[in-house]
Design a binder for this molecule. Structure first.
Ligand code: ADP
Ligand code: MG
Length: 666
């Protein structure tokens, strides 16, 4: 079963080399109970660690169950250790903050054949060993003897062929020690090979063979009692598996698992959560960076998106392919134009432009003013727009109730009005305004229609508006003989630039403007405005992304820092896991999971905070905000990626630890 040939192991202690083993040869048959004795420092533990595949010899050959150990990969070694060897240590080496049952079942999580973890078996083993009433106790709630029994249950969970125990009674009182020895004896009677290191001869007396070591070599190898001296001890009940003489590489016992087992995921999450909860303040602090980053991203994206949506809505309500002709660009290049240099437009200009530019679909003049609207005892200060009937289609303002005024009413300077939603609300409340008369600047108007809702921002309520016929506004209400703006809708988007040029040329000609005064009017292209806005929002998005990147980077570094601390603190835990068969990738996955839990939890809190801040801004500033699904997905994705990237190095560091060095770590 076990065959050692000339095994040596040397430790380098700075300048001096410590020869812990100087050529050990040894054979152990299935079913034996071997005690390894010797003074402190004679190499007992080193030998046991090599036997248990926790450490590798420098020279010599070690065959275990027919496998030359030196030929096995790290993963194969982990698998072999997991399935055939159960370890019992002097210092128990149980996972803290983990129940007895969870400790006992630990090797199953790393089981190569993908056995699901079997809590019932762990409970059964613990009960058999006398811990039936301590299943949910944590190690710090158990006595030394009880802890060692949990360790034995853990060693037995996989029905190992060999139990290796390094001074299992060294930290126990004599009563507990007797119990542990009795358990080991019993296991040996059931056919399990037991190799036990001890320096107490009364403990060794229970074994059937005693190997004495001194200074790294075997001094004597004797059988106890009246047994035959060949070294081959007839086992009480040989383990059936022990009968198999040779084992091939395809043996499931060493077949390393190829992938990450799904059954590990809940375990890893539970462990990660436990580890993080054990240090709540530290965990919270390490989450802070990623939390602030995500909060900023969510809030700014929400506010930015909201702002853009509201501007876009305003632009959309202006119609498409729209040119707006305005008199009164009073400043050109920062220089104020002289008085009278403002070009005024009249209805005659509309007639001229329409006649000269064939690509015009619709054209309409507008005058603007303010006034006091009164109904009953209520009054409201509002914007007054004098417009033509084409306005309804050009500015997406078809009434939701009632009708718009007609060309006939414009010609007759009729006193009819179409009200915006704000006015309806303020003057009429729930009453129907259609057919009622209101006074605008003391002139009576008949309400004939209601405008659709256009939306309000904190700086501009587009629904606080009354539309009346253009001529009525000019000559009856506002006393203007000129137009403020002219809306011009072009048939096709492609025709806009040439139409713009034509109109400019025409106005320069008809108003006889000298070249110095071409700045006295302007033609705004709404399509251009939209393009400009898109460009601005792209720049904004880029800025936001940079801020997000920086804060997430800082958050990531925080996580890396905390993970490195965590790996150092839990070196022993990593050693325990490796001793029971965890492979590198299992440890890697465990620590990555932990980093992920930190980063995603931080991200989730960040999303919540960002959302709250958005709502607050929305309530205070009156902006519409939009927390979109895509920004949430983005934030979660980013946190996860940050967790993986910055958790990788610490996790790798953990996974590369040598099991025995990790176990020795103080
Ligand atoms: P035992 O278990 O018999 O007391 P060990 O096998 O633990 O002895 O140690 C044998 C010798 O090897 C001792 O002299 C010890 O100091 C040395 N040794 C063990 N482990 C290390 C190590 N990791 N680094 C350096 N020296 C070591
Ligand atoms: Mg020792």
């Amino acid at each position: 079963m076990i065959s050692l040939q000339n095994i040596t192991k040397t430790y380098a202690m700075g300048e001096v080399a410590v020869h812990a083993l100087r050529g050990v040869s040894l054979t152990i048959e299935p079913g034996e109970f071997v005690a390894i004795m010797g003074p402190s420092g004679s190499g007992k533990s080193t030998l046991l660690h090599i036997l248990g595949l926790l450490d590798v010899p420098d020279e010599g050959s070690y065959r275990l169950l027919g496998h030359e150990v030196a030929h096995l990969s790290d993963n194969n070694l982990a698998a072999l250790r997991n399935s055939t060897i159960g370890f019992v240590f002097q210092h128990f080496n149980l996972l803290a903050r983990t129940s007895a049952a969870e400790n006992a079942v630990l090797p199953m999580i790393y089981s190569p054949d993908g056995k699901r973890k079997n809590m019932d078996k762990a409970r059964k083993l613990l009960t058999e060993i006398g811990l039936g009433d301590r299943l949910e106790h944590h190690p710090n709630e158990l006595s030394g003897g009880q802890q060692q029994r949990v360790a034995i249950a853990r060693a037995l969970i996989h029905d190992p062929r060999i139990i290796m125990a390094d001074e299992p009674t060294g930290n126990l009182d004599s009563a507990s020690a007797d119990e542990i020895i009795e358990i080991l004896n019993d296991l040996n009677r059931r056919g399990i090979t037991v190799v036990m290191v001890t320096h107490e001869s009364d403990v060794a007396a229970h074994a059937r063979r005693t190997i004495r070591m001194r200074d790294g070599v075997i001094q004597s190898d004797t059988l106890n009692g009246a047994l035959s001296a060949t070294g081959a001890v007839k086992p009480g009940a040989p383990a059936p598996a022990g009968a198999r003489p040779t084992v091939t590489q395809s043996d499931p016992v060493i077949a390393a698992r190829s992938g990450y087992l799904l059954s590990e995921i809940p375990h890893d999450f539970k462990q990660a959560w436990r580890a993080l909860m054990a240090n709540k303040v530290r965990t919270a602090l390490s989450m802070l960076g990623i939390m602030i980053g995500v909060t900023a991203v969510i809030a700014m994206l929400a506010i930015g998106t909201g702002a853009r949506q509201s501007i876009e809505a305003q632009l959309a309500s202006m119609g498409s392919n729209l040119l707006i002709l305005r008199s009164g660009a009073r400043h050109t290049g920062g220089v104020a134009l002289e008085a009278g240099a403002v070009t005024r437009f009249t209805p005659q200009d509309i007639i001229d432009i329409r006649a000269a530019v064939p690509s015009i679909k619709r054209i309409g003049g507008i005058v603007n003013g303010r006034g006091q609207a009164v109904y009953g005892n209520k009054n409201w200060n509002t914007r007054i727009g004098g417009v033509e009937p084409v306005y309804a289609q050009m500015r997406a303002s078809e009434p939701t109730a009632g009708r718009f005024f007609t060309d006939d009413e414009v010609n007759k300077r009729a006193r009819v009005a179409v009200l915006g939603q704000t006015l309806v609300r303020e003057l009429f409340g729930d009453a129907n305004p259609l057919g009622e008369y209101i006074k605008i600047n003391k002139v009576n108007f008949l309400v004939i229609g209601i405008l659709p809702e256009k939306g309000a921002t904190s700086w501009n309520d587009q629904d606080n508006m009354i539309l009346i016929p253009l001529t009525t506004a000019m000559y009856r209400l506002l006393g203007k003989d000129y137009l403020d703006t002219v809306d011009i809708e072009i048939v096709l988007a492609e025709a806009i630039p040439s139409a713009q040029e034509d109109i400019k040329a025409l106005i320069t000609r008809t108003h006889r403007l000298p070249p110095s005064q071409t700045g006295s009017f302007e033609i705004r292209n709404m399509a251009e405005m939209q393009a400009m806005l898109t460009e601005t929002s792209r720049t904004m998005a880029f800025l936001l992304a940079s801020i997000a990147a920086v804060s997430l980077l800082v958050g990531g570094i925080g996580i890396m820092n905390i993970m490195l601390v965590s790996v150092t603190e839990r070196t022993r835990e990593i050693g325990i896991r490796k001793a029971v068969g965890a492979r590198r990738r299992d440890i890697l996955a465990q620590f990555l999971t932990e980093a992920l839990v930190v980063s995603i939890t931080g991200g989730a809190i960040g999303i919540l905070l960002g959302w709250l801040i958005s709502m607050l801004v929305s309530a205070l500033a009156g902006w519409p905000v939009a927390v979109t699904a895509s920004s949430i997905i983005l934030a979660v994705g980013f946190s996860a990626v940050i967790g993986i990237i910055f958790g990788l190095w610490p996790a790798q560091k953990a996974s590369r630890l040598n099991p025995i060095e990790a176990l020795r770590y103080e």
